[in-house]
Structures are given as structure tokens and as C-alpha cells.
Design a protein around this ligand. Structure first.
Ligand SMILES: C[S@@+](CC[C@H](N)C(=O)[O-])C[C@H]1O[C@@H](n2cnc3c(N)ncnc32)[C@H](O)[C@@H]1O
Length: 241
């Protein structure tokens, strides 16, 4: 758990900083996505790197059978409160093979690109490919790095529930790095960083093809409008095994 993604995402402060990326956003996205994918009752869907399960919970409310898994024990413990006969959560490191086979695997809200090497990213995608049933679908919701790197806000302060988060962003060694510093109620200073590899459309689609995926669709936002490399904030790939 000593890697940055093991500590930061497991901390209460990550959830505080991102608290506005909430259930309402997840609800609208899942309504669109389930309408598009039309999963049947007997199909099992995995929300890989589900965090506290906001997408899993919303999708399950729409009648879909869902597993959610994540590296963060605190997030999974929280999500488990929402479990029912067709919704389950477990801890899992996506760098390792999946324990089950799924009809559909989702990886949402930039839950990819965290590792130090392209080999680890490639291995993770292979684990996803192997975790799919024949003809299975993988949805990767990543940032469109072409737009994001051009419009990077280098410094900003965001206040959430009385805590001032001082944020600095930079592109370093083909990685988007977000430095996050803040003082907690206990008057103690904290410092975390988020690192996401600059994986652009060309590189990601090349990796997917090498693994054996077919690209079925490419969307540019949560309302599933078509992807435009120059304007879209998101890069949402629909990949078929
Ligand atoms: C940006 S958050 C998104 C969480 C969730 N998908 C959402 O939209 O709320 C990224 C998630 O990836 C998880 N994560 C990071 N590294 C992981 C790994 N190696 N295996 C599985 N999950 C991981 C984090 O714990 C975190 O919950």
C-alpha cells in the first residue's frame, strides 16, 4: 500500500476533495451507459476500481448485477454497506488477474494510468481482457490528455468543508502530476500526489489492439457524445473482446 495510489485514494481527504464528483453525476452516466449496453439480468458487470461504489450502486439500481472491486480497503468497507443479492464488493489490485469472468468490465473516472511503467499498464489491460467472457465488453473512461494537458491549471486552491487544498499541476516525464497540500483540523500539514500517465488516443488504442480488443465506439463525455480529440474532456473507449 506504500505506492501513492494506495495511500491517497484510501484517505478520507481524497473523498473530501472529490466530493462534488458525486452520485448525481454517476446516476446520469450510468443511465446513459446501461441504455447503450443493455445488459441482461444474467450478465455480470464489474466496476473495476470502483472507489466507494457510486457507479456500481447506481447501475445496480437499474436492475444490473454488479461486482465492484478496488485496492482501497476503506472504500470497499464503505461500499459493502450497500451490498445486496445482486451487488457485491471486494478488494483487488488490478495489476493481478481477476478472480471471475465478466460479461462487461467498466473502469471509470480515470482509474487507470497510475503505474510507473507502460509494462504495468499493458499487464493490467491484459488482466482485464482475460477477465472478460468471449465477446465481452470493456469500457475505459479516461481523460482526453490532448485537451487536458493543453488546459492544465498550474495552481489553484479549493476549499472543501473548511479545508483549503493547495493544488499544483505539471506534466513531468510523460506523466500528469497533481501535488496536493493542505492543513487538517489538527493543524498538521499533509502532502499527497496523483500521477496519471499521458496515454493519448493513439497510444491507448494501439495498446488495446495489441492485446486483442476491437474498438467498437469512442465517446467524448458522460452523455456519450462522439469523441473529438481537440475538444472532448473525456476519452471513453468501448472495446470488444
Ligand atoms: C479516481 S478514483 C475513481 C473511483 C471510482 N471509479 C469513482 O468514479 O468514484 C480511482 C480509484 O482507483 C483505485 N485504484 C488505484 N490503484 C488501484 C489498483 N492497483 N487496483 C485497483 N484499484 C486501484 C483507487 O483506490 C480509487 O478508488
Amino acid at each position: 500500500m506504500s505506492e501513492w495510489f494506495g495511500t491517497w485514494f484510501d484517505s478520507e481527504y481524497y473523498h473530501l476533495l472529490y466530493k462534488d464528483r458525486n452520485y448525481a453525476e454517476a446516476e446520469a452516466f450510468m443511465a446513459k451507459l446501461s441504455d447503450y449496453l443493455k445488459p441482461t439480468k444474467d450478465q455480470l458487470v464489474l466496476d473495476l476500481a470502483c472507489g466507494k461504489g457510486r457507479h456500481s450502486i447506481q447501475l445496480n439500481k437499474l436492475g444490473v448485477t454488479v461486482d465492484g472491486c478496488d485496492y482501497s480497503l476503506n472504500s470497499i468497507n464503505y461500499a459493502k454497506k450497500y451490498e445486496n443479492a445482486t451487488l457485491h464488493f471486494y478488494t483487488h489490485d488490478m495489476r493481478h488477474p481477476l478472480p471471475k469472468r465478466y460479461a462487461i468490465i467498466l473502469n471509470l473516472f480515470t482509474s487507470f494510468g497510475y503505474f510507473d511503467t507502460d509494462e504495468e499498464h499493458f499487464k493490467t489491460l491484459q488482466n482485464i481482457f482475460n477477465g472478460l467472457l468471449p465477446n465481452g465488453i470493456f469500457i475505459l473512461d479516461f481523460m482526453n490528455v490532448d485537451v487536458i494537458t493543453k488546459n492544465l491549471v498550474s495552481r489553484e486552491t479549493q476549499t472543501k468543508e473548511g479545508i483549503e487544498f493547495h493544488i499544483k499541476r505539471e506534466v513531468d516525464d510523460n506523466t500528469i502530476v497533481k501535488h496536493i497540500a493542505f492543513e487538517s483540523e489538527q493543524e498538521q500539514w499533509h502532502y499527497y500526489k496523483e500521477k496519471v500517465a499521458v496515454l493519448d488516443y493513439a497510444k491507448l488504442t494501439q495498446m488495446m489492439k495489441e492485446i486483442g480488443f476491437t474498438i467498437q465506439d469512442t465517446f467524448g463525455d458522460y452523455m456519450l457524445h462522439p469523441f473529438n480529440i481537440n475538444t472532448s474532456q473525456r476519452l471513453i473507449l468501448v472495446l470488444k473482446k
